[in-house]
Design a protein around this ligand. Structure first.
Ligand code: KG4
Ligand code: ZN
Length: 337
């Protein structure tokens, strides 16, 4: 079985081929970051147009890299929610066209669940239940994954996502979009103890808030006038984000009494976060899985895997498969016992 995955929910055009196992045979990602850099964020209409241009070359490259032809494809899994509606529509239309032409099933995949499913690509021994921290440019959520179908939201950001906060602060620091990797690079050479940025603890909850931190960084930069090296500002900012992510995740793990933790999404590519999460997990004997960076940021391999089970069951969302900008996951649970 070969599942072709397609991902176009934001500014990455990606296609991948995943076989049973699961085995990633190819995972091609064409980033548009350079295109959006001068705007300091993703311009939806520009992203959609670029997806139109790149869809077919990226699919072709993924098939070639996997050493298979279109005729070998058993089914197609495409991100159809949530995301930029125009960008999603391009991937969905492309996947449906291929599905019709090849007479194979096409299934729609939830982007956030695909991020969590990426953990199964690097840890085939992973079992339910587990706690997932999904930390990306658009989302910061703690999700109790009870089984493949049942997920409960334990905590969410009340304002900015962690990645969004890093991206906005990076802009204030004069760094290109997306800011997360640049902050990480500078932070690795900086001294975090020179600035005490605030942490929003939101006591008695597993919720997050990052907008105060963003404002604090902006105020600091306005007052500082460039006197403090950007390395130190980045280190202090990164530490503030990591501290809260780790503390809230550990709180949620205690409350849900899970023994397994998955950290996924673009910000999970951050090595300082991975190291801090590993230390904290070890202390309380949590079995931690963080996918490698290429499977943390947006990619189609996670989408192919996420849709594979449904393709195996013979399910098919054709002909009514559609794209949806929003689709919140699960129900909220009271967080304190
Ligand atoms: O999952 P993703 O690729 O797209 C969304 O679904 O949002 O996440 C993108 C986010 C951006 O905010 C980016 O700055 C952040 O992930 N990011 C990082 C790193 N790599 C990507 N943040 C911190 N450190 C990194 N190494
Ligand atoms: Zn994503």
């Amino acid at each position: 079985m070969y599942v072709l995955g397609v991902e176009t929910s934001c500014d990455e055009t990606s296609a991948a081929v995943v076989a049973e196992g699961p085995q990633v045979l190819s995972n091609v990602v064409a980033s548009q970051a350079d295109l959006h850099a001068r705007w300091g964020g993703v311009v939806p209409e520009v992203a959609s147009r670029k997806h139109v241009e790149r869809f077919w070359p990226v699919v072709r490259e993924a098939l070639d890299a996997a050493g298979i032809s279109l005729r070998d494809v058993t089914g197609i899994a495409v991100t159809n929610r949530p995301g930029l509606i125009g960008a999603l529509a391009v991937g969905v239309a492309g996947a449906k066209a291929l599905g019709y032409a090849l007479r194979v099933p096409v299934v729609g995949v939830h982007h956030l669940l695909a991020h969590l499913d990426a953990a199964f690509l690097c840890n085939p021994d992973l079992r339910y239940p587990f706690l997932g921290l999904l930390v990306s440019g658009g989302h910061t959520q703690l999700i109790l994954c009870e089984d493949a179908e049942t997920r409960r939201i334990i905590g969410s950001t009340r304002d900015d996502a962690a990645g969004e906060c890093l991206d906005k602060c990076a802009r204030v620091l004069g760094l290109p979009y997306p800011g997360g990797p640049h902050i990480e690079r500078l932070a690795s050479r900086g001294d975090s103890s020179r600035i005490a940025f605030p942490r929003a603890w939101l006591e008695e909850t597993c919720d997050f808030s990052f907008s105060g931190l963003k404002t604090a960084v902006l105020r600091f930069m306005q007052k500082d006038g460039g006197a403090t090296p950007l390395e130190d500002v980045s280190a202090a900012l990164q530490e503030a984000v990591v501290d809260v992510l780790v503390a809230k995740t550990m709180r949620a793990a205690r409350e849900t009494k899970v023994s397994r933790l998955v950290v996924a999404g673009g910000v999970a590519a951050n090595r300082a976060l991975a190291a801090a999460m590993a230390r904290a997990s070890e202390e309380v004997h949590l079995d931690l899985t963080i996918p490698p960076p290429a499977l943390c940021t947006d990619n189609a391999a996670m989408v192919a895997l996420s849709g594979m089970r449904r393709v195996q069951r013979g399910e098919n969302d054709m002909p009514f498969l559609d794209a949806f900008a929003s689709d919140p996951l699960g129900r909220r649970l009271p967080t304190s016992a």
